[in-house]
Every structure is written in structure tokens, then in C-alpha cells.
Design a protein around this ligand. Structure first.
Ligand code: QAP
Ligand code: CO
Length: 167
């Protein structure tokens, strides 16, 4: 097990599109375990492989209060989404200290492979639905601040650039 370094926005590597995982093998399971350890240590509720500079379709999520319900999604695909939307104040381990409201479908259905390599389908609403969509965005090179106005996004870019210069 190991803690992985997390990329910080506006790092251009966060814009890379992740490739599907062809074989769910021990290397993939090790990466998933390291990502889960990194997410729990942060602490966070979701982490995409893109954020640790691995451009493959792998996500770990745990939105449970006790942080004991880890969900690993490999090659996730959106199979359904509600017309009804919800707004949520999002944050991101790659955009530390920044939180803002994003509107997304309130309910989603996804199909993915589990750590056993077998396909499964799940439905989600509330925070879990937000988190799944936020993490699936990362695999497409999209960060939640890309959903904000250009003015807000630009302000966040300059603020974080300044912080990164001194730290
Ligand atoms: C994505 O985000 C998410 O700024 C996961 O200083 C967030 O785990 C989905 C974090 C909200 C749905 C709703 C952020 C930790 C963690 C920070 C996270 C920070 C320390 C963010
Ligand atoms: Co994020």
C-alpha cells in the first residue's frame, strides 16, 4: 500500500482523457488499493486515477459516514440519468480549498467492472450521484471548475497559481 501524489489544478495533466482498462489484474487491484488509501488519508470521498497521473478508467468512491463502503468503478459508463437536476456544493482533492455549486442530473445509472473484472450496474442519487458524475468527469479530463462561469474559473486559476508559486 502507498500514498500517491495528487495533481493540483490547473495542471494540464488533469485534462488528459483516460483509456479503458483491458484486463482487471493484480496491477489494477494494487492501483485501486493505493487510490483508496490516498483518498481516505486526504480525507476525501472520491478519487479518479487521472488525479494521480494514471490515465486509465478507474475511480474509487466512499460517501458513507463511517468511510466503510468503498466503491471501485472500472471503465464506468453512464447508462441512465434523470431529467431532474440537483445543485451541490462540490470540492475536489485536486482543487484544494475551493468549493462551488454545480448542477447535475439528480439520479444516474452506471455500468462498470468491479475489482473481480465482472460487470455490474448501480443506481445512485444524492451525494453518491454527484460524486460518481464528478469522478467520471475527471476520466474525460474535466474538473468541476470547468462547469463554473469563465469569470469564476479564471479567478480560481489565478488564486491557485499564486498559491503554487509560494508552496
Ligand atoms: C468529489 O471531493 C466531490 O478542498 C470528491 O481542502 C466533492 O473528496 C463529490 C477535499 C463534493 C461530490 C461532492 C477538498 C479535501 C476533498 C478540499 C473530495 C480540501 C480537502 C474533496
Ligand atoms: Co475531483
Amino acid at each position: 500500500m502507498a500514498l500517491l501524489p495528487i495533481l493540483h489544478f490547473p495542471d494540464p495533466r488533469l485534462e488528459k482523457v483516460a483509456a479503458p482498462i483491458e484486463h482487471v489484474d493484480d496491477e489494477v487491484r494494487r492501483l485501486a488499493a493505493d487510490m483508496a488509501e490516498t483518498m481516505y488519508a486526504a480525507p476525501g470521498i472520491g478519487l479518479a486515477a487521472t488525479q494521480v497521473d494514471v490515465h486509465r478508467q478507474l475511480i474509487v468512491i466512499d460517501t458513507s459516514e463511517a468511510q466503510d463502503q468503498l466503491i471501485t468503478l472500472i471503465n464506468p459508463r453512464l447508462t441512465g440519468q434523470s431529467a431532474v437536476t440537483q445543485e451541490y456544493e462540490e470540492g475536489c482533492l485536486s482543487v484544494p480549498g475551493i468549493y462551488d455549486t454545480v448542477e447535475r442530473p439528480a439520479e444516474v445509472e452506471v455500468e462498470a467492472l468491479g475489482l473481480d473484472g465482472k460487470p455490474f450496474r448501480m443506481k445512485a442519487d444524492g451525494l453518491l450521484a454527484v460524486c460518481i458524475q464528478h469522478e467520471m468527469d475527471h476520466l474525460q479530463g474535466i474538473v468541476f471548475v470547468d462547469h463554473l462561469s469563465r469569470l469564476k474559473r479564471n479567478r480560481i486559476v489565478s488564486k491557485l497559481r499564486k498559491q503554487q508559486k509560494v508552496s
